[in-house]
Design a protein around this ligand. Structure first.
Ligand SMILES: Cc1cc2nc3c(=O)[nH]c(=O)nc-3n(C[C@H](O)[C@H](O)[C@H](O)COP(=O)(O)O)c2cc1C
Length: 398
C-alpha cells in the first residue's frame, strides 16, 4: 500500500546531517518524501544531498520565482499529508508557536492542514529555557506532535536533554502511530502526589509514586496521542515526547488542569490529590514546642469533578485506590463525580498499588466492567488506554 506524502522540513541545527538518513529511511518505508530547508539549514547540509536522496528539487526560499513556479508553497502544503520538522531548532519552534511566517518553512506550517510533528534538537540549556518549554507547550496545545528530544552527549560537548531522536526511532513512531488506537487524540494526564505546605519545611502528602501516570503518558505517546502530563513531585525522569508541567500543591494542579482541560479529548486523573490542606501556611518554620497536635484543615477543590462539569468536557477517567469494598466505592465515585470510567485498584496488599512496578485494575463504566490482571505498569497502561479508546469510540458513536 502506498504510504503517505511526507514533507520533511530541515532547520538549521547541527543534527541537520541526521535528516539525510531520516530521508533515506522514510523512503525505504514507502513514504513519498519531499524536502524543504531553512536558509540556515543549507549552511549545514547542501540541498543537493536531499535532492539526490528524494529525486526532487529541494525548496528553501519563499520569495523565489523559480521555486514558486516549480511547486509553490501553497501547493507543497496541500501535497503534504504529514509535515515533519527534523531537526526543529529553538528558533523555528519559537517562530511556529507565535504564528510567524517570515520564511518558507514557517509559512508552510501555517498553510498546512495536515498533522505536524517536530523533532526538537538543541543544546540542553536552550531546551531547558523556560521560554522554549512554553513554546513547546503552546505547540502541543495546537496539536503538534513532539518527538523527543532525548538525553545524552551533545555535539557542543555538553550532556543532557536536547539530542534529536535517532532517525530510526522517528520513523518507527511515525509509522506505528498511523494505525494507533489514540492517533491524533490529545490527552491530559495528572500523576503523582501533591504536597500541602504546613510551613516552609513541613508538608502533608501521600505515598503516590507517579509511576502509573507516567506509564500512561508514555503508552499514550506510543499509541499516537499528543500528551500533556501535569505532575506532582516524583522521582521519575521526564518522558520523551510528553509535555511536562510540574506542580506541587493541589491548588497548583487545579490551576494547571481545570482551565485547559476542554482543549483535550481525554483527561485521566491518575494523581493522588490531597483532599485537604492546612488552612494557613505558616511563613516561618514552626518550633517543635509550638507545634499543635491539631492542624486546622481546609478542603481542596475537586479537580476531576471540575473537569467533568465543563460544558465541553473531555472523556474523563478517574482512579480509585481502595483497601475494601472496591467495586462499591469505585462505582459510587464514578457516579458522584460524573466520570466516564474509573480504574480501581487495591492498595495495602502484597502486590500492586502505590510505588509498585506492577499493578492490577478493575475498570468500571456505566453498564460494564473489565478486569486487567496483575502486570507491569507500562503494559497495564497500554491495556487501559486501549480500553479507554474503545469506550470513547462507543460513547461518541452511540
Ligand atoms: C554550529 C552551530 C550549530 C547550531 N546548532 C543548533 C542546534 O542544534 N539547535 C538549535 O536550535 N540551534 C542551533 N544553532 C543556532 C541556529 O543555527 C540559529 O538559531 C538559526 O537562526 C536557526 O535558523 P532556522 O531556525 O531558520 O533554521 C546552531 C548554530 C551554529 C552556528
Amino acid at each position: 500500500m502506498q504510504k503517505k506524502n511526507i514533507l520533511l522540513a530541515v532547520s538549521g541545527g547541527i543534527a541537520a546531517y541526521k535528516a539525510a538518513e531520516l530521508t533515506r529511511l522514510l523512503k525505504k518505508q514507502g513514504y513519498a518524501v519531499r524536502v524543504v530547508m531553512t536558509e540556515s539549514a543549507t549552511r549545514f547540509v547542501t540541498p543537493l544531498t536531499f535532492q539526490a536522496l528524494t529525486g526532487h528539487p529541494v525548496h528553501h526560499q519563499l520569495l523565489d520565482v523559480d521555486e514558486e513556479n516549480a511547486m509553490g508553497h501553497i501547493n507543497l502544503a496541500r501535497w503534504a499529508e504529514h509535515l515533519l520538522i527534523a531537526p526543529a531548532t529553538a528558533n523555528i519552534i519559537a517562530k511556529m508557536s507565535h504564528g510567524l511566517a517570515d520564511d518558507l518553512l514557517t509559512t508552510l506550517y501555517l498553510a498546512a492542514e495536515c498533522p505536524v510533528s517536530i523533532a526538537p534538537a538543541m543544546n540542553q540549556a536552550m531546551w531547558g529555557k523556560s521560554v522554549t518549554q512554553q513554546n513547546i507547550r503552546s505547540l502541543m496545545e495546537c496539536g503538534v506532535q513532539i518527538l523527543g528530544p532525548e538525553a545524552g552527549d551533545q555535539a557542543c560537548g555538553e550532556s543532557g536533554m536536547g539530542r534529536m531522536l535517532e532517525p530510526e526511532k522517528i520513523c518507527n513512531i511515525l509509522s506505528s502511530s498511523e494505525n494507533a488506537a489514540l492517533k491524533g487524540k490529545r490527552i491530559l494526564i495528572s500523576a503523582g502526589p501533591t504536597r500541602e505546605a504546613i510551613d516552609p519545611v513541613r508538608f502533608i502528602s501521600n505515598r503516590s509514586s507517579g509511576k502509573m501516570g507516567y506509564a500512561l503518558a508514555e503508552a499514550a505517546v506510543k499509541l499516537g496521542a499528543t500528551v500533556t502530563l501535569v505532575s506532582g513531585p516524583v522521582n521519575l525522569m521526564p518522558l520523551t515526547g510528553v509535555g511536562l508541567v510540574n506542580v506541587e500543591s493541589a491548588e497548583q494542579m487545579y490551576n494547571a488542569i481545570a482551565p485547559n482541560a476542554h482543549e483535550y479529548d481525554i483527561y485521566i486523573g491518575a494523581a493522588a490529590v490531597a483532599d485537604y490542606r492546612p488552612a494557613e501556611v505558616v511563613q516561618q518554620k514552626i518550633k517543635k514546642q509550638l507545634m499543635q497536635s491539631n492542624i486546622p484543615l481546609t478542603q481542596n477543590k475537586d479537580i476531576i469533578a471540575a473537569v467533568a462539569e465543563l460544558p465541553n468536557r473531555p472523556f474523563v477517567v478517574g482512579f480509585a485506590a481502595e483497601t475494601d469494598d472496591l467495586e462499591q466505592y469505585a462505582r459510587h465515585k464514578m457516579r458522584n463525580k460524573k466520570l466516564d470510567m474509573i480504574a480501581a485498584n487495591w492498595v495495602g496488599r502484597e502486590q500492586g498499588g502505590f510505588d509498585s512496578d506492577v499493578n492490577a485494575l478493575k475498570v468500571f463504566w456505566q453498564g460494564g466492567d473489565e478486569t486487567l490482571a496483575m502486570m507491569d505498569k507500562p503494559l497495564l497502561a497500554e491495556r487501559l488506554l486501549e480500553l479507554i479508546a474503545k469506550r470513547m469510540h462507543e460513547k461518541n458513536t452511540a
